[in-house]
Design a protein around this ligand. Structure first.
Ligand code: DSN
Length: 417
């Protein structure tokens, strides 16, 4: 075995033996991974189905058309939307929207990073700030913790008059109605991009309001990564209302990219087939039942933490649990301590963050990955209380033993390499 295979074997063992609570990760089916490593990797296919620049793309045309149709079908978006399946991941997908519809100097309004927004939504560190202005809206304290502030959103739309509004996040835990936000933006004449990367599995299974709507309440563009709750390979889908798809397609190819990664497109297709119920993940659970379990596990994990007196930013209604750590806790140290105990998490900013992005005040957990391994609500609850005890300064031996046992009991779907 050469070094790369040895490293891959080591990573296999690390993943198999730890409990993955990273909210943006998941375990796609073995069939999905097989397609990712398939001969589709070997083919160039610049262009789109029936309009390619190289020969040998008859089968690739069928593949790409199939995956486009499946994506539209899974999100019930066939009538009003089209989709580009060639973008390689979420941040480039968002960039494709910027370069399709914005002129230099235009303003983009998005959720503030510490309120749960994403770096690629024109955060101050984004290189896109060289071309476009970024403004933000925020969350406010509500009955169940921090929630999107529709009044702030309305006021910011009015005062900044953005060309594009982004409704999306990477660390927000409440459900909301896309329509309310889209309507306010559209009435102002702003375009809307819904970034549903985290919740696309919830949207596809009917567990969250959908941004795909025909009228003024529907987003003009919808981006999702495919590897979070959708449980596919690392990739993205970029949907646009039919009137905008030509501009999006031209921006992707030839505007910014060369040949699509057909192996990724094939693997996305397999994940979508599993979402649609035409094929099934190895646990045999229909996709909507899987998402039900993800949501129940997030609630149960959160309950376990709350029972230990841990502060939650806002009570979860999705797959994410966001903890506000006690002032004295260093989140980087805690993340490392948990990793040493077999629990993989990420430190995260919280609303009104006062600490640095490197050592912020929060810890983000998610249940999509462990639920794919068959995590039960009881074990999710125990995991929450044991993590809570470690945050409170004790119980590390118990958590180590629990995580070791649970990791070996949980299902594991991949063959050793
Ligand atoms: N890193 C992903 C997340 O954790 O939300 C998105 O970029």
């Amino acid at each position: 075995m050469n070094d790369l295979f040895q490293l891959t074997q080591k990573e296999y063992v690390r993943q198999r033996n730890s409990l993955n609570l990273i909210a943006s990760e998941n375990y796609p089916s073995p069939k999905t991974l097989e397609l990712l490593g398939s001969i589709w990797n070997d083919k160039y296919a610049e262009g789109y189905p029936t309009k390619r620049y190289y020969a040998g793309n008859v089968v690739a045309d069928d593949l790409e058309s199939f995956v486009q149709n499946k994506a539209l079908e899974v999100f019930n978006a066939t009538k009003e939307y089209e989709v580009n399946v060639q973008v390689l991941s979420g941040s480039p997908a968002n960039a494709m929207v910027y370069f399709s519809v914005l002129e230099p100097g235009d303003t983009v309004l998005s959720l503030d990073l510490s309120s749960g927004g994403h770096l690629s939504h024109l955060h101050s560190t984004s290189v896109f700030r060289k071309f476009f202005k970024g403004e933000t809206y925020n969350v406010k304290q509500g009955r169940s913790g921090y929630e999107l502030d529709i009044d702030d959103f309305r006021a910011k739309v009015k005062s900044h008059n953005p060309r594009l509004v982004i409704i999306g996040f990477s660390s927000y835990t409440r459900k909301f109605e896309f329509g309310q936000f889209c309507k306010i933006a559209h009435e102002n004449g702003s375009l809307v991009l819904a970034d549903i990367s985290h919740i696309s599995g919830l949207v596809a299974s009917g567990n969250h309001d959908s941004p795909f709507k025909a009228d003024v309440e529907g987003a003009d563009f919808v981006v999702t990564t495919t590897h979070k709750t959708l449980r596919g390979p690392r990739s993205a889908l970029l949907f646009a209302k039919k009137e905008y798809i030509d501009s999006i397609n031209k921006t992707v190819f030839p505007g910014t990219s060369g040949g699509p990664h057909l192996n990724q497109i094939a693997a996305v297709g397999q994940a979508l087939i599993e979402v649609s119920g035409e094929d099934v993940y190895p646990d045999k659970l229909p996709f909507n039942k899987y998402i039900d379990a993800v949501l129940n596990n997030a609630k149960s994990l959160e309950d376990g933490l709350i029972d230990e007196g841990i502060e939650i930013v806002s009570n979860t209604q999705n797959h994410i649990v966001l903890i506000k750590l006690p002032e004295k806790i260093n989140s980087l140290d805690l993340q490392k301590e948990l990793e040493g105990l077999g629990i993989i998490t990420n430190r995260n900013s919280v609303p009104n963050e006062e600490k640095s992005a490197w050592e912020p005040s929060g810890l983000r957990l998610g249940t999509a990955a462990l639920t794919s391994r068959g995590l039960s609500v009881e074990n999710a609850n125990t995991l929450g209380s044991l993590i809570g005890r470690v945050i409170n300064g004790g119980g590390d031996a118990k958590l180590r033993e629990f995580s070791r046992n649970l990791a070996s009991e949980l299902a594991w779907w991949y063959e050793e390499i």
